[in-house]
Design a protein around this ligand. Structure first.
Ligand SMILES: [Zn+2]
Length: 215
């Protein structure tokens, strides 16, 4: 199925490594997007933002985000009042409120938009849409210290941070919520980056050609 020949469990078609990856990363061959890997894309968004401080984009995104959080709070309130609802919706809502209360919106938006630029520039980095949703969720949740536990690694003598994972369906739903807020802006920003890179390339070629034509 995925080129792996390790023994599978009695119930599944995947070995334990690939099954874990499927659960944590949304696809059995999806690997995690690290903070370091995403950093250059976050820089792209930050530069764009710095050059366009007054653009209505940022306040519009923030309004949409706050609407999402308001809905999440209503879900949690209904849940507390005993209303029956999906466990994943409740967990997603809890995660959304948590990140909203512990992370600056500027960091949330730059991280989310950066993920769409990464996806546009390197579509193969994500095995499928589910793999992307999981990574979007992981990078957003990674912004909040609340989600990190620490343990002492005796082999390196360092304190390590580990993030507790959400159930796969919750990760998917959380990512879907972020998509509703950020996907359109992310796609258009990503397209603009590509257009600008192409324009620069064309300019370079014009200079090179012009010089070569010189006598
Ligand atoms: Zn395997």
């Amino acid at each position: 199925m995925n080129g792996c020949h390790k023994p599978t469990t009695r119930w599944g078609t995947l070995c334990s490594t690939h099954r874990n990856r499927q659960r944590r990363h949304g696809h059995s061959n999806q690997t995690g997007v690290t903070k370091t890997e995403l950093k250059p894309y976050i820089e792209i968004v930050r530069r764009r933002k710095a050059r366009n401080q007054d653009s209505p984009l940022w306040t519009t995104l923030q309004t949409r985000w706050e609407q999402l959080i308001e809905n999440a709070r209503l879900v949690l309130k209904d849940h507390l009042n005993g209303k029956a609802m999906s466990r994943h919706l409740v967990m997603t809502s809890r995660e959304l409120v948590n990140i909203h209360e512990t992370v600056e919106f500027g960091d949330i938006s730059c991280t989310a938009l950066a993920m769409f630029i990464l996806q546009t520039q390197h579509p193969m980095r994500f095995r499928d849409q589910n793999g992307f949703l999981h990574q979007l969720t992981r990078r957003l949740r990674g912004l909040s210290d609340v989600n990190a536990g620490t343990w002492f690694d005796h082999s390196t003598g360092k304190v390590k941070r580990v993030y507790r994972d959400l159930p796969a369906r919750t990760s998917q739903q959380f990512g879907q919520s972020a998509i509703e807020v950020f996907a359109l802006a992310g796609a258009v920003l990503a397209k603009k980056e590509i257009e600008e890179a192409n324009a620069k390339q064309a300019e370079k070629l014009t200079i090179i050609n012009a010089i070569q034509e010189m006598q």
